[in-house]
Design a protein around this ligand. Structure first.
Ligand code: SAM
Length: 340
């Protein structure tokens, strides 16, 4: 499939801002316009490279910086109210004025960190603490991105008949999960790793993370911004390392009286072959030395991951030591419990 068709087919409609933008960019690419100049080095890119998402994020970052007010008028997250149909005459000169920056932007693979998943993490922590009768938890997260889910204990998570976390948290995750019984867990240590960690203490980190969220998905953008406020007070620690290498070191020993929880969400599909199997081996080996729970929220069980499947079609499920404890929409809440 040509790059222009990858752009055009990504949404395949003009019903929202990004549908229109990708249709216009695809036509411009076919016509040899400014878009063709921006993506000139990427004609061999595959669908998995998602060049179109890289470019949309690069454009969004220009808008987030505040220098393109006319274009910002199309971005709902920035208060924009203009319908997308007329965007091209405004967008085209912005592309032409920022060629080098956009060429650099398409070198960055999409990078997200969805804090809605902390609701699933919280439910899993309750269940793990109950099963092990150990409420003091050391939380380890491979594939943590910016590590925003490591701050789960600073978020308020609620269901129809329960609530957990500080009442004054800037981030409240409302779920549909009924019958959850929170346990007063204490996270005594938390740490993550990622092959491309984002350091939230860096000035551009917030805009970088926001730029990969659809600018018309207001709830998701608000969740992220609230989590970033929390992260300024509690910067997560995320080491630059691959999942299996990092876990092997983290799981050599554990403090007494503490339950180690290895948590991972929507990351194993990006891991190279053998990484999931290696992580399972390391976790299994560590169980003989320490109380340990393995909590996963992946599209399909990590054991079956071979790559190239559609997470959305499968619907992520949260598993504790291989047993499904919750199902959810892709980004996290609302949560629908399948089993307890
Ligand atoms: C879709 S993001 C999910 C991030 C976070 N777990 C969440 O749920 O918001 C996938 C993350 O996996 C990371 N990743 C990919 N391969 C990895 C590997 N081999 N080891 C560790 N992290 C990896 C990526 O850099 C990216 O930050």
């Amino acid at each position: 499939m040509s790059l222009a068709d990858q752009f055009r087919n990504h949404f395949g409609h003009r019903d929202h801002l990004y549908g229109v933008m990708l249709a216009e960019l695809a036509d411009d690419l076919d016509a040899g316009g400014v878009t063709a100049t921006i993506v000139a080095s990427k004609h061999d890119a595959t669908r998995a490279d998602a060049i179109q998402l890289r470019l949309l994020a690069g454009i969004y970052r220009l808008v987030l910086r505040g220098g393109e007010p006319e274009l910002a008028a199309f971005y709902p997250t920035l208060g924009g109210t203009r319908g997308p149909a007329e965007i091209w005459p405004v967008l085209r000169p912005v592309l032409a004025n920022h060629l080098l920056e956009l060429q650099a932007a398409i070198e960055h693979p999409p990078q997200t960190n969805e804090v809605g998943r902390s609701a699933l993490l919280a439910i899993g922590l309750f269940e793990a603490a109950r099963r092990h009768d150990l409420p003091r938890i050391r939380l380890l997260e491979p594939g943590a991105s910016a590590g925003l889910n490591l701050n789960a204990a600073h978020y308020r998570v609620t269901g129809p008949d329960w609530a957990w976390g500080p009442v004054d948290s800037p981030l409240v995750l409302d779920t549909e999960a009924a019958g959850v019984h929170p346990v007063s867990v204490e996270i005594v240590e938390h740490r993550g790793c990622d092959i491309a960690p984002i350091d939230v203490t860096q000035p551009d980190a917030a805009a970088y993370l926001r730029s990969f969220v659809w600018p018309f998905d207001l709830p998701r953008d608000r969740r992220l911004q609230a989590a970033l406020v929390v992260a300024q007070r509690h910067p997560p620690r995320v080491d630059r390392e691959s999942a299996s290498r990092w876990l092997a070191r983290q799981l050599t020993a554990a403090p007494d009286g503490v339950l180690t929880v290895v948590w991972q969400s929507i990351t194993a599909q990006y891991w190279p072959a053998q990484e999931s199997a290696r992580v399972r081996e390391i976790v299994a080996d560590a169980r003989s030395r320490m109380p340990l729970a393995h909590l996963t929220m992946e599209g399909v069980p990590p054991a079956q991951l071979t790559g190239g499947y559609d997470v959305l079609a499968h619907g992520p499920r949260t598993e504790l030591d291989g047993q499904v404890i919750a199902r959810s929409h892709h980004h996290g809440p609302p949560v629908v419990l399948a089993t307890a």
